[in-house]
Design a protein around this ligand. Structure first.
Ligand SMILES: C[S@@+](CC[C@H](N)C(=O)[O-])C[C@H]1O[C@@H](n2cnc3c(N)ncnc32)[C@H](O)[C@@H]1O
Length: 247
């Protein structure tokens, strides 16, 4: 695809609105990021050196991890060409950006191995249960010994696998849904982004809608089946929780 030049001021504004939107979707997002940073440093006895963020979107978490751990190499993986472009344009020379589909395990070849930390925030609900199992196994292989996988998503306490829409939404979620629709509609009106929007539509056209959700115990069991020694809760706020699994 032909490289495009985006106005850095607009890119910063779009990324900032995305951040606000995700804060609406995930109650206590800042607390999750604090818990993640503290737990990873404690588990590893220091900062991670290689960090991979799966489904990192326009790179807000990746940016904050790069700021917290300035010596670390931080790489983001995503499929969406629009979000990949915002990550590249918003964080030149700060993080590595890799386009790959997490629904197949081919992403590991592109993202490399030896990572000390792999994160996936609000990403795995886009995948089928079988693809999540495969992702956990591939993530384990991509981690260095002692490395940590952190997966945060909708994980109701003891819910059975099912569809998100049957669960009660959090208080800020309706507003976040509206903000999401508005954000995408604003971007589709930007001429320079038109080609990426078309590519995005083609990529997501035949995928099932994002909606798989399962309890934290389901994710912990999936991580153990994938070969992780320890897997348990790192953080919880309402329906949202984070799993930490150690290689
Ligand atoms: C709700 S967004 C969360 C983005 C980011 N983690 C955050 O918290 O801001 C879900 C992300 O998963 C990505 N995604 C969904 N399905 C994917 C797939 N099959 N492969 C790679 N990325 C995928 C989307 O493009 C999007 O960036």
């Amino acid at each position: 695809m032909t490289p495009i030049a985006l106005d850095p001021v607009r890119v910063a504004a779009w990324r900032s609105t995305w951040d606000a939107m995700m804060t609406g979707f995930i109650p206590g997002l800042a607390g999750l990021e604090r818990a993640l940073g503290t737990a990873v440093e404690a588990l590893r006895g220091g900062p991670p050196r290689r960090v991979l963020d799966l489904g990192g979107g326009p790179g807000l978490l990746a940016e904050r991890m790069a700021a917290r751990w300035p010596e670390a190499t931080v790489t983001l993986v995503d499929l969406d060409p629009v979000l990949l472009e915002l990550a590249r344009a918003g964080l030149p020379d700060v993080i590595g950006v890799v386009g790959a589909d997490l629904a197949s395990t081919a992403w590991t070849a592109r993202a490399g191995g030896g990572h000390d930390l792999i994160t996936a925030v609000m990403t795995v609900h886009y995948l089928s249960p079988a693809a999540i199992h495969a992702l956990y196994a591939a993530a384990r292989e991509a981690l260095a010994p002692g490395g940590v996988l952190v997966v945060a998503d909708l994980m109701p306490d003891d819910g059975l696998p099912g569809l998100m829409r049957v669960l009660d939404p959090g208080p800020g979620e309706a507003a976040a849904e509206l903000a999401w629709a508005r954000w995408w509609s604003e971007l589709s009106a930007v001429p320079e982004i038109g080609g990426l929007m078309d590519a995005r539509a083609a990529l997501f056209r035949d995928r099932p809608p994002a909606g798989f959700t399962a309890g934290l115990s389901w994710h912990a069991a999936a991580a153990r089946t994938a070969g992780f020694g320890e897997a348990g809760a790192l953080w919880r706020e309402g329906r949202h929780a984070a799993l930490a699994a150690c290689r």
